[in-house]
Design a binder for this molecule. Sequence first.
Ligand SMILES: O=c1ccn([C@@H]2O[C@H](COP(=O)(O)O)[C@@H](O)[C@H]2O)c(=O)[nH]1
Length: 224
Amino acid sequence: MSSPLYVALDTPDLARAKAIAARVRNHVGGLKLGLEFFMANGRAGVREMADIGLPIFLDLKFHDIPNTVAKAIQALRPLEPAILTVHASGGRAMLEDAKAAAPTGTKVVAVTVLTSLDGSDLRSVGVASDPHEQVVRLTELAREAGIDGVVCSGEEVAAAHKKWPTGFFVVPGVRPANGAAGDQKRVVTPRAALDAGASILVVGRPITQAEDPDLAARAIEATL
Ligand SMILES: O=c1ccn([C@@H]2O[C@H](COP(=O)(O)O)[C@@H](O)[C@H]2O)c(=O)[nH]1
């Protein structure tokens, strides 16, 4: 069985992304490429990373009107990513159109509440619900829209999983015990996230900024 650990290669530097991927490839189940990587390296860069032979999670977090999101996803079809992301708050029609536009083998997952936000951040943008309630609400929306799963923190994944037992749950904001949270506010350990029902874990800086990324990935893997 492949590892549930996906490494987030958040760098604009293609050579650095390839070097880290080469070092950790035997201890991770896939490579997550986000906006920082994509803006610098585009589709050609994604193709080069795919040549490494691990599944590609393209985390571009689309959020726009349904037609625009669908057309953007259609433009990415040749890349056939294993997973891609949209924002659940884009609404049901956008989620439905995103799924219809994606390649058959691509999982479309919706970001519920970013792991960098807490209740006070939600209130500051006019959302009265706490992160837990909001994640559960958006998980129900995602399920009804017929997509594949959601992105949430390890604090809510058990509740989301209960609402959607067959869903696919992506958990970022994962830190080894005593690891620096950085800008993440809803953080759990890799083991706790898996025990709570995560399908895959996304870990970036604890691996990519470690002195020895291979050792850091191995240490996380050993806890799973
Ligand atoms: O709610 C979300 C959604 C996506 N992310 C992404 O995951 C990684 C986390 O990186 P770390 O360095 O481990 O904090 C990053 O690429 C985010 O864009 C997230 O953190 N939270």
